[in-house]
Design a protein around this ligand. Structure first.
Ligand code: XMP
Length: 518
């Protein structure tokens, strides 16, 4: 299958480039920006896209493009930092702008220019900019063929080699003709054959998993979310019910009625070996008094594995493979799949736990979804015949309510949050908003505020509502509720959950905030 390679220099939009290419029906893979290209890379891929970066290309420790990228002869499209870096490497000049170009900017193609990258694109269009540096003089062999309304070079091409650069971000949905520009590059210039589909992925992964696992047992930890349920359906389809062991650990950090729903869904999938470990007391006692978010995540992650290993021993599964529902974005956000300089934003426990790493070293971890984005996992779930009520569910993080109760976690707070969250979600369904929102949930704040109940003063908890739209969780926008809906949600929560005295709405986008609060 042809693929487009994306070299990641740490931009918040790199994932979007990957998704856009896949939406064109072409497999995309993201590798650290400074990696050398292997022979396999060159053989398998048809073109290279260089991402943006938080670095300035002229900084001494800015990530470099390895010479093998230039030597491989494949077409290259540099986006933002990508083109600035290519400019410097070709002895051009990049300098800081007096004022950063950010947001929607009109780009005009220079008169008389015809170029395969711009086929079908209007000579003047609205682009999306996000840069503080600019190309002052193009590199040797390069020419500017389009400029922004601030008179800044916006589109460049090499006069002899198959290389292009854009200062704007064609991958961002606000960029007019952005998808067409990427499609021109992928198909028109790189001559890539589209071969990426969920069916293709299913077939490919099925073969890989059968070869790796053979007749040994495959154990999947089910968290109840979309990902692990799809992973479960996938395993059952590929290996059949005899070989597949599904273990659901009830951490006590799940949403209302979630455990019952999860078990029922799995039973419906035809699971034969379906186990539930009730570990609420252990999780809550390990978490008692712990307030540091990263520590909480670590405790939950380690307890998960401890309980899992005990259960595995109890099940006496010899040489069992551990199957995880890890997604592409989980790897990226944990600083694993991207540039060396990528930061660990949050330690997603299903990736970094030392115990999982040990299984990994033994070659006993399989992650069948680890090249998929969330919406692709949903598409795979549909292909596997899962109902919309399962695949359309909002994402739920592995550490569950543990990262939605700020500060110390206890049973009482879990119950309060469970109740408030259930009311919120029910209201969203009643208002017909659930499917318009990518993820919605309540957060319980570690403060109490004054209120009145009847004639009495009461100190109630504060619940924060979070509701965002997003494409894949990498960036997110606040859902713009009608004020009347918000007020209705707020009174439903305070009426039905007496411990909550006040409801607030979180209006922060990601970035700079993350979707979860911890
Ligand atoms: P953040 O809070 O990082 O969340 O903006 C992005 C998406 O990831 C989910 N999330 C997690 N999922 N384990 C998971 O499986 C985790 O530790 C974790 N932390 C965040 C979050 O709910 C959102 O959908």
């Amino acid at each position: 299958m042809d693929k487009i390679l994306i070299l990641d220099f740490g931009s918040q939009y790199t994932q979007l480039i990957g998704r856009r290419v896949r939406e064109l029906g072409v497999y995309s893979e993201i590798i650290p920006g400074d990696s050398p290209l292997s022979e396999t890379h060159v053989k398998e891929c048809t073109g290279i896209i260089l991402s943006g970066s938080p670095f300035s290309a002229y900084e001494p420790d800015a990530p470099i493009i390895h010479s093998s990228v230039y030597d491989c002869g494949l077409p290259i499209l540099g986006v933002c930092y990508g083109i600035q870096r290519m400019t410097l490497d070709a002895r051009g000049r990049v300098a800081k702008l007096a004022e950063r170009e950010y947001g929607k900017k009109t780009v005009a193609v220079r008169a008389g220019i015809e170029d395969p990258l711009l086929k079908g694109i209007s000579p003047s269009f609205v682009s999306w900019m996000s840069h503080g540096d600019s190309i002052v003089s193009p590199g040797e062999g390069w020419e500017v063929i389009g400029d922004s309304d601030g008179n800044i070079p916006a589109i460049l091409r090499h006069t002899k080699l198959a290389r292009w650069g854009v200062q704007f971000h064609p991958e961002v949905s606000h960029c007019e003709f952005g998808t067409l520009l990427l499609s021109n590059f992928v198909f028109g210039i790189c001559k890539t054959k589209a071969g990426w589909s969920m069916q293709a992925y299913l077939d490919q992964e099925a073969d890989k998993i059968r070869t790796a696992i053979q007749d040994r047992p495959a154990l999947l930890l089910i968290s109840g979310g979309v990902d692990s349920t799809v992973a479960g359906a996938f395993l059952l389809r590929v290996l059949g019910p005899e070989q597949v062991y599904l273990l659901y650990i009830d951490t006590g950090l799940m949403r209302k009625a979630e455990s019952e729903e999860v078990m029922a869904n799995l039973a419906r999938l035809g699971a034969k070996h379906l186990y539930k470990a009730d570990a609420e007391a252990r999780f809550l006692s390990a978490l008692a008094g712990v307030t540091d978010p990263e520590k909480k995540r670590r405790i939950i992650g380690d307890m998960f594995i401890t309980v899992q290993e005990e259960e595995v021993q109890r099940l006496a599964l010899k040489d069992a493979f551990l199957v995880q529902g890890t997604l592409y974005t989980d790897l990226i956000e944990s600083g694993k799949g991207v540039g060396k300089k990528a930061q660990v934003i949050k330690s997603h426990h299903n990736v970094r736990s030392p115990l999982v790493e040990e299984k990994r070293r033994k070659g006993l971890v399989i992650e069948p979804l680890d090249r998929l984005y969330k919406d692709e996992v949903r598409a795979l779930g549909r292909l596997l015949g899962l109902p919309e009520s399962v695949v359309g569910r909002h994402p739920f993080p592995g550490p569950g309510l543990g990262v939605r109760i700020l500060g110390a976690v206890d049973r009482e707070k879990c119950d309060i949050l469970r109740n408030a969250d259930a009311v919120f979600i029910q209201k969203l369904r009643e208002l017909g908003l659930y499917d318009k929102i990518w993820q919605a949930f309540c957060v319980l704040l570690p403060v109490r505020s004054v209120g009145v109940a009847g004639d009495e003063r009461k100190y109630g908890y504060v619940a924060a509502l979070r509701a965002v739209t997003s494409e894949d969780g990498m960036t997110a926008q606040v859902y713009p509720f009608d004020a009347a809906d918000l007020i209705a949600i707020s009174s439903a929560i305070t009426n039905r959950v007496p411990e909550i005295g006040r409801v607030v709405y979180d209006v922060s986008s990601k970035p700079p905030a993350t979707i979860e609060w911890e």
